[in-house]
Write a protein that binds this ligand. Structure first.
Ligand code: FPP
Length: 247
């Protein structure tokens, strides 16, 4: 954790301790659209704009890692029309993301199983990762076709294969080895996970990594979420007494 250094940001005071890694479950797009009698895709489009604003803001205030939940392994169950709209939104965004985040030096990473996406989307994901990997700013993990249980199963399979091929002994399996086999290998666990839209669920997001994460549930739908709400979540986080199982 680093002490907040005021940059473009006025709301948080110097004494605020910034979480090093924030996770966000971007929830409530559908309800936002329904309230306005709009198709669900309109909610996702509005949510996409908020995602850009919040990503840039996190980078501005000095957050080191931001992980956003954009599409889960379970989201394929949604109607085809909604999935198509989301894929188009991802494509449009990824076509601009490299340039969009250039001045902020944001490193773009994708966590999740890329194989299910179209060749075009896969190529854009790789282009974004390759094109931003040498930057020195905030790491932005975009979770797409991500499921934490799936991530853990992959880690177990990879470790088991290493044991089978005598590259690893069973005794050398420890928590660090499991963390090192997750998509977030080498990154700190999230200090804070924010879930807008008032739902008290983790929805298969960073189950292993969230062992000691502070949760902040906010009663705002994601498309209505603002930088002030992010400040508020950071302030709530600052009032928590993190003991990590100690006293
Ligand atoms: C959950 O709300 C949201 C999603 C499944 C999609 C999240 C995607 C975005 C915010 C788009 C931005 C992402 C990128 C990378 C451009 P929901 O649809 O489940 O809402 P509901 O619970 O109100 O129905």
């Amino acid at each position: 954790m680093a002490f907040f250094k005021k940059k473009k940001h006025q709301q948080l005071s110097e004494e605020i301790v910034l979480p090093e890694h924030i996770g966000i479950i971007m929830d409530g797009n559908g309800r936002w659209a329904k309230k306005r009698k709009l198709p669900r895709s309109a909610g996702h489009n509005a949510g996409g704009k908020v995602f850009r604003t919040i990503s840039r803001y996190c980078s501005d205030i000095g957050i080191k890692y931001l992980t956003v939940y954009a599409f889960s392994t379970e989201n394929w169950k949604r109607p085809e029309e909604e999935i198509n709209a989301l894929m188009k939104l991802f494509k449009d965004y990824l076509e601009e993301a490299l340039m969009d985040f250039k001045d902020d030096s944001i490193v773009v990473r994708f966590i999740g199983d890329k194989t299910h996406f179209s060749d075009e989307l896969k190529a854009l994901m790789i282009e974004n990762e390759e094109g931003s990997k040498d930057r020195d700013g905030m790491v932005l993990n975009i979770a797409m076709n991500y499921g934490s249980r799936d991530e853990i199963v992959r880690a177990v399979k990879s470790i088991s294969n290493d044991v089978k091929n005598n590259k690893l002994s069973v005794d050398s399996i420890d928590e660090k080895l499991i963390s090192d086999n997750l998509y977030t290998a080498g990154q700190p666990d999230p200090d804070l996970i924010i879930r807008p839209s008032g739902e008290y669920r983790i929805s298969n997001f960073m189950l292993w990594q969230a062992a000691y994460t502070e949760f902040v549930i906010m009663n705002k739908l994601w498309p209505d979420f603002t930088t002030d709400d992010l400040d508020e979540a950071i302030k709530i986080f600052n009032n928590r007494n993190r003991r990590f199982g100690g006293v």
